[in-house]
Design a protein around this ligand. Structure first.
Ligand code: MLT
Length: 338
């Protein structure tokens, strides 16, 4: 082959590669669908917006994400199934709606385990969190790539102030379809009503149930003040809301795009922690101005704590991977082992 032919071949090869790279890139450009369980203005929405912004930035505008708020793409638990099958790209949902698909994640819903935002950050972003990410991938076929922090789930109801477990006797409380949360209410003496999140507002409005629990920011975003009057400042469950990606969809991406997705999830997580700190006090105040009455649990919440920890924790040792796992978690939080 003479020099001229060699040059011509080299030029034609690089043109081919450039054309195929260009077409490859164009073919892969995508607007991912992100299911969001809550309404606009909540922590889920905030996490999603930041994820979208950083994903666009990291992929030079090649990829985008569209958020579908208010459970438009199905109930939170259904979105796990859809993502596992690869028919949905991403979902942002409460951790309690992941537990039925990956029981070890239940450690994050044990009543009174997480006592602060710092505990929540330590558990999700440290060694324990990585283990939970791996377990969820193995059990449910979805990868957790980010976390929203939403604050403690406070109890709201339409009937009367509740300060001690006995006050719940005549209150019908909706809970997610989550065994640990159902058992928490049973430890306080009532049988709660398990119900999908997407049905909750209407059930409260129509009086099918009288109360529910969710963080202040969620209560505000969902306009629960329109159908609920009393708030009990419970601290039994710190709400953590992961951003998950379908593993099938994730594996379809180039190495570079996978890194961009992971980086966007990380940036959104960091943003969520700052946002919660900035918003929660203001939102609590606004809910009071809208007419909600906030009460503290009696006696520093001790009766609630004793009943839930003594009756619920032992029941879930096995499903979270054994008592040793719980002790490891307690140790990582600087607390006494049991
Ligand atoms: C639930 O109560 O089912 C969830 O916590 C709702 C949410 O995702 O905010």
């Amino acid at each position: 082959m003479n020099a001229k032919t060699k040059i011509a071949k080299a030029v034609s090869l690089s043109v081919c590669l450039a054309v195929s790279a260009a077409f490859g890139t164009l073919a892969q450009a995508k607007t991912f669908k992100v299911a969001v369980g809550d309404a606009a203005g909540g922590t889920q929405h905030e996490l999603g917006k930041k994820f979208q912004e950083v994903l666009k930035e990291k992929t030079g505008g090649k990829h985008d994400a569209q958020l579908f708020l208010n459970g438009q793409l199905g109930s939170e638990q259904d979105t796990i199934n859809d993502a596992a099958m690869g028919t949905l790209d991403f979902s942002i949902l409460a951790i309690n709606n992941v537990t039925p698909f990956s029981p070890s994640v239940g450690v994050l819903t044990l009543p009174y385990l997480i006592q602060s935002l710092d505990d929540a950050i330590e558990l999700t972003q440290g060694r324990v969190g990585q283990q939970l990410v791996d377990n969820t991938l193995r059990d449910a076929g979805v990868r957790i790539i980010g976390w929203a922090y939403s604050g403690f789930r406070v109890l709201t109801n339409s009937k009367h102030p509740v300060t001690k477990p006995d006050d719940l006797n005549d209150v019908v409380v909706r809970v997610p379809k989550n065994a640990i949360m159902i058992d928490s209410y049973k430890s306080w003496g009532i049988n709660p009503t398990p119900m999908a999140w997407s049905e909750t507002f209407t059930a409260l409005q129509q009086g099918v149930v009288d109360g529910q629990d969710n963080p202040y920011i969620t209560v505000y975003a969902m306009k629960f003040d329109e159908v609920q009057k009393y708030v009990t400042n419970l601290r039994y469950l710190f709400s953590i809301e992961p951003l998950i990606v379908s593993e099938a969809v994730f594996q379809d991406q180039s190495e570079e795009d996978q890194q961009a997705i992971l980086a966007a999830g990380k940036a959104a997580t960091e943003h969520s922690a700052l946002w919660l700190t900035a918003q929660e006090t203001r939102i609590k105040q606004e809910l009071t101005e809208k007419g909600m009455e906030i009460v503290e649990p009696a006696n520093g919440e001790q009766e609630w704590i004793d009943l839930a920890t003594s009756q619920v924790w032992p029941k879930y040792y096995d499903s979270i991977g054994g008592k040793d796992v719980l002790n490891d978690v307690l140790k990582s939080l600087g607390r006494d082992e049991i």
